[in-house]
Design a binder for this molecule. Structure first.
Ligand code: F6R
Ligand code: MG
Ligand code: MG
Length: 365
């Protein structure tokens, strides 16, 4: 019997508590209530509501495939209901990621971030949902490369005959609104040339060479939708694991290195991505540093058995310590690059006003 299942992770920041540091429990309760009603009506197989920093995360399993209008509408309506609660409590930035007035059949392009995948559930189906705050979708490039293409990270690429062929990466060029597919290990150097530029090229999906989906990431850029700064994108990522795919430990391993990502204060600084347990996903120092959490589930006929809080492990203590050291080092640069992002990618800037004001004082030299 076909056991095809879709997992949709749809997220939005609809109000922060306090400032942009975390989320109020009333928002989580409202979201759970909305999704429970939909579950009772048979619209879904299962759901889990959680949060990372100020982002509300809806994890849903269902039989409707990706880009399904009903599922997207359910998420949209849930975010609207939570926005009302956020407004009542005067939470910070209430409705921040609700960028458009009307639902148009999909939440894509309206503000929320989306990662989805459909597959035939295997005999056992371990999946990991990564959720980040105070950063942008390019943050997944380095860890995804390590998981699926770096033999120094993933032992299975070398010693597991079912993984030895490698994987295929789908990369989005956010500026050109186009995508390219590159195959590893053959095209690893080509792939790295693109994905090293994390602000422009983002890995959207990874496939096994037989076409089986292995990973899917959200790649929505809020600033591209709104045409101005409206908060960081705070991306999500779904990764399937084991039995011919990287093991859970190989998928988590890249996060033992807290790499530098864009985001942090005012979406305009480089800082380390710190892997934390759920209860520590409250970025407060200089509105950061950026955080990532990992929720592990065993799927059982679409039911989400879990989550297990996968970074709640002392073996990630060193990464957290290192992230704090890097945070101190970066912070000492204050308003200087490369802590502060380059002028062309900064989300906030006073430069146009400043240039206008001082224009007449620039003299030929
Ligand atoms: C970063 C973020 C925060 C805000 C900062 C200023 O993604 O959301 O760092 O940019 O707290 O917020 P405003 O401009 O709303 O006062
Ligand atoms: Mg916010
Ligand atoms: Mg956020």
């Amino acid at each position: 019997m076909s056991d095809r299942i879709t997992i949709s992770v749809i997220k939005a920041d609809v109000g922060g508590y306090v400032g942009h540091s975390s989320i109020h429990s009333d928002l989580l309760e409202t979201a759970k209530e909305k999704l429970s009603n939909a579950l009772e009506k048979g619209h879904m197989v299962d759901f889990h509501v959680t949060r990372c920093g100020d982002d509300l995360e809806l994890i849903m399993t269902h039989k409707h495939g990706t880009d399904n209008e009903d599922i997207h509408k359910l998420a949209w309506d849930t975010f609207l209901a939570c926005t009302e609660v956020a407004k009542d409590l005067k939470l910070y930035g209430a409705g921040q990621d609700i960028l458009k007035d009307a639902f148009t059949g999909t939440v894509k392009g309206l503000g929320p971030g989306v990662a989805e995948m459909e597959f035939e559930e295997r005999k056992s189906e371990p999946i990991i949902v990564f959720m980040a705050d105070k950063t942008s979708p390019g943050a997944w490039n380095l860890p995804l490369y390590r998981m699926f293409a770096d033999p120094f990270n993933t032992a299975g690429l070398v010693i597991d005959p079912t993984m030895h062929e490698g994987f295929v990466f789908e990369v989005l060029d956010v500026h050109g609104h186009r995508k390219i597919t590159l195959s590893c290990p053959e095209e690893a150097y080509d792939l790295l040339m693109f994905i090293g530029a994390m602000g422009r090229f983002m890995i959207r999906a990874v496939y096994r060479k037989d076409g089986e989906i292995a990973a899917a990431a959200s790649t929505q850029k809020l600033s591209e939708i709104a045409g101005r700064y409206v908060g960081k994108d705070d991306p999500v990522l779904i990764v399937r694991s084991q039995s011919g795919l990287p093991a859970v430990g190989e998928i988590l391993e890249p996060f033992a290195f807290p790499h530098l990502v864009e985001g942090w204060m005012r979406g305009s600084h480089h800082g380390p991505l710190m892997p934390v347990p759920f209860y520590e996903a409250n970025p407060s120092r200089f509105d950061g540093p950026p955080r990532v959490i990992a929720a592990g589930f065993q799927l059982c006929h679409g039911k989400l058995i879990g989550p297990r809080d996968l970074f709640d492990d002392p073996s990630f203590d060193e990464a957290r310590k290192k992230a704090n050291e890097i945070a101190n080092y970066m912070r000492h640069h204050g308003p200087f690059e490369p802590h502060r992002l380059g002028l062309d990618v900064m989300e906030y800037t006073t430069m146009p006003q400043l240039m206008k004001k001082l224009e007449s004082r620039f003299k030929p030299e």
